[in-house]
Write a new protein. Sequence first.
Length: 134
Amino acid sequence: MNPISHGSPGNDLTVLESGVHYVCQRCNACCQWPGDVRVSDHEITQIADFLGMAESDFISRYTRLRTNRTGLSLVEKENHECVMLENGGCRIHPVKPSQCAGFPNKWNFPGWRGICRAIPVPVPNTLGGKNSSP
Ligand code: SF4
Ligand code: SF4
């Protein structure tokens, strides 16, 4: 039986809280969830460059077809954690995919708070700030 996947960006289940930003505590729980870690063409170029690899080598070694066959995902280890999780951290942190950078503030799923240790921080009210409309 396949383990439960915790969804991905673009799902219809994301609920965002206005006025709150969640600060990641790097607990790595989301890197150990089963499921796709989407990588775009642009991200593949960035990651391969960061790792000092040819794109073709990176693609053949570290990616697979996404579950819905619409593009590529990073591969996972036998225990389902991401192949880029090494020594308690992300090997490609400076260029990690937007799927990783966007969780949980840009996408999430029901029950995510029970698994993620990110700390909610109030976002200051920017009304009247220099970037607001007159
Ligand atoms: S987003 Fe949440 S689950 Fe992922 S590493 Fe940060 S605190 Fe952990
Ligand atoms: S690429 Fe990095 S941040 Fe994203 S799931 Fe893999 S180890 Fe975690």
